[in-house]
Design a binder for this molecule. Structure first.
Ligand SMILES: *Cc1c(COP(=O)(O)O)cnc(C)c1O
Length: 363
């Protein structure tokens, strides 16, 4: 029987999940693993769930080639929670931390961290409207800083780091909420990587933290135990009840990535999708992308119609054509196509065809 055709969902997060993953979750909903109940209904401390979570962590370690001296934590509270939880855990007696301001999410991280320490903004793209990533040669790094924080992909502004900053002996901390698993990365270049799952991993409710072991042990005394990396690391992220269903679904996504060829294959697909879309934008004056070419996000393609009076018609037509959630974030306006791993190239082809057609009718 032919599957019913679904629309292409360009939502920024919570975002589209791979269809085979949704189908498998649906098929196991009433009876997971022969237990007679759903995975949501079993104890997180039971043998079956503990084995499931251990396997899921192993799959993530394999996908990202996470070195043995890093802990993987499955927490809650989102990336916004981590904005506070990172300084609580990583200040380690130091007074200040360096932050690079690349847009809305980095700015938000900076504001929260300022409640815990002196924040030094090592570089900022604000003067340029956050349309590029400041070059490392312009950064002012403090060797005494507890860490250097970056947002690896600005989901709202559409700029992405395509290089890893050199922070010397100071640990590099990255918010990878919206580009984790989009390509291979060298985890050993980072002290800590964190993010919410709902962009490129699974449903909302799960927060991942990958942290180098030697950075543990120095949390502020006020740190809640649910957010204390050292305590969570020593307890398999189970000092409180973890988000079991979100972890299970993330596990299905990890398998789907592996079966699709792993992160090298994801990177190739993601580059092809983004290249297609940016080429369409560059080929026309009807559409505008303001981001510096070398810093363009491969995950979140932000663009404007040269005539914003047409925005409403563009979105209405897109929806009718089965292209969902293209409205840009209110901070930047215009449009945004989020094209995470789960977006097939066919979705981007359909979007580009719609854009050409819309331009022909309104240009
Ligand atoms: C979505 C997002 C956040 C916020 O995540 P929450 O899970 O809502 O806390 C933070 N940073 C980046 C880069 C994001 O894309």
């Amino acid at each position: 029987m032919a599957a019913m055709s679904r629309p292409f969902n360009f939502a920024p997060g919570p975002a589209a999940l791979p269809e085979p993953v949704l189908r498998q979750a649906a098929s196991e909903m009433l009876d997971w693993n022969g237990s007679g109940v759903s995975v949501m209904e079993v104890s997180h401390r039971g043998k079956e769930f503990m084995a499931l979570q251990a396997g899921i962590e192993a799959d993530l370690r394999e996908l990202l080639a996470i070195p043995a001296n890093y802990k993987v934590l499955f927490l809650q509270g989102g990336a916004i929670g981590q904005n506070a939880i990172v300084p609580m855990n990583l200040l380690r007696g130091r007074r200040s931390a360096d932050y690079v301001d690349t847009g809305a999410w980095a700015t938000r991280s900076i504001a929260e961290a300022a409640h815990f320490c002196e924040v030094k903004v090592a570089a900022s793209g604000k003067a340029g409207g956050f349309t590029s990533i400041p070059k490392q040669s312009e950064w002012r790094l403090d060797p005494e800083a507890a860490y250097v924080h970056i947002c690896a992909n600005e989901t709202i502004g559409g700029v992405e780091f395509h290089w890893v900053p050199d922070t010397g002996a100071v640990p590099l901390v990255a918010d990878m909420s919206s580009n984790i698993l989009s390509r291979p990365i060298d985890v050993s270049r980072y002290g800590l990587i964190y993010g919410g799952a709902q962009k490129n991993i699974g449903p909302a409710g799960l927060t991942f933290v990958i942290v180098r072991e030697d950075l543990l042990g120095g949390a502020l005394p006020i740190t809640p135990e649910a957010f204390n990396y050292t305590i969570q690391a020593a307890n398999n992220s189970m000092i409180n009840t973890p988000p079991t269903f979100a972890i299970y679904l993330a596990g299905l996504v990890f398998r789907w990535i592996r079966e699709g060829g792993g992160l090298a294959a994801m990177a190739e697909r993601n580059r092809a999708k983004a290249t297609l879309l940016y080429a369409a934008l560059d080929a026309s004056d009807f559409y505008v992308n303001r981001v510096a070419r070398e810093d363009r996000s491969l995950m979140n393609v932000v663009f404007h119609l040269a005539d914003p009076a047409l925005d409403g018609a563009f979105l209405e037509g897109a929806r009718a054509a089965g292209l969902l959630a293209l409205k840009g974030h209110r901070l930047v306006g215009g449009m945004r196509a989020s094209i995470y791993n789960a977006m097939p190239i066919e979705g981007v082809q359909a979007l580009v065809a719609y854009m050409r057609d819309f331009e022909m009718r309104h240009g």
